[in-house]
Design a binder for this molecule. Structure first.
Ligand code: PRP
Ligand code: URA
Length: 209
């Protein structure tokens, strides 16, 4: 069974409160999503392997650690996942970025894939699928199936806010994929929106609607 980590650092909780607030405008919303994504990147990379190297400090020779070359790929789900990319790249600048385009059919809530472009070596990379919202779980589930179909074997999912229904779907369909969240909310409403949630993440990020 995949593990669920709620990254409830005080700075993340504080910023999520402003992200949720309907009076937070597009410019500030975008900046906050970027900042929370960077803070979450710090946690999600906690288990990256290190190796020892020898360097000369101005004082003496010393053994010290560097990342042992694990290759990372970020896979934002379009379009709202784009808002999380730059924050993560600030901490993991060498990561490659693939894109999966999906939208939820407003009637059926089922995801429709319209675009996919991935780094050529995804089977060698640790992939982090990113999307602010995990609601029914349909979009993330489809995106992860698409990545696995193309050879990915090492995948994590990172979202700002999730509903229990979405977490359950990923755990059932992808027991190998650990889930990293800033908040786990109460439920979905009849329109498939997370309650209390933050509304429509794509619209709030890009100022549409
Ligand atoms: C939102 C969100 C997720 C999806 C979550 O995208 O960014 O991708 O809904 O819902 P689910 O878990 O029920 O699938 P949306 O379909 O609104 O598309 P957009 O990012 O283009 O606005
Ligand atoms: N997608 C969103 O953008 N918000 C929700 O609450 C659910 C799905």
């Amino acid at each position: 069974m995949s593990k669920v980590f709620v990254l409830d650092h005080p700075l993340i909780q504080h910023k999520i409160t402003y992200i949720r607030n309907k009076n937070t405008g597009t410019k500030e919303f975008r900046a906050l999503v970027d900042e929370v994504s960077a803070l979450m990147a710090f946690e999600i990379t906690r288990d990256l392997p290190l190796e020892e190297t020898t360097i000369e400090t101005p004082v003496m020779e010393a053994k010290s650690k560097v990342l042992s070359g694990k290759k990372i790929g970020l896979v934002p789900i379009l379009r709202a996942g784009l808002g999380m990319v730059d924050g993560m790249l600030r901490l993991i600048p060498a990561a490659k970025v693939g894109h999966v385009g999906l939208y939820r059919d407003p009637e059926t809530l089922t995801p429709v894939e319209y675009y996919i472009k991935l780094p050529s070596d995804i089977e060698e990379r640790e992939l982090i699928v990113i999307d602010p919202m995990l609601a029914t779980g349909g979009s993330a589930n489809d995106a992860i199936h698409s990545l696995k179909k193309r050879g990915a074997t090492n995948i994590k999912l990172m979202c700002l806010i999730a509903a229990p229904e979405g977490v359950e779907m990923i755990q059932e369909e992808h027991p190998d994929v650990d889930i990293y969240l800033a908040a786990l909310d109460e439920k979905l409403n009849e329109k498939g929106y997370i309650e209390p949630g933050l509304g429509d993440a794509g619209d709030r990020l890009f100022g549409t609607k």
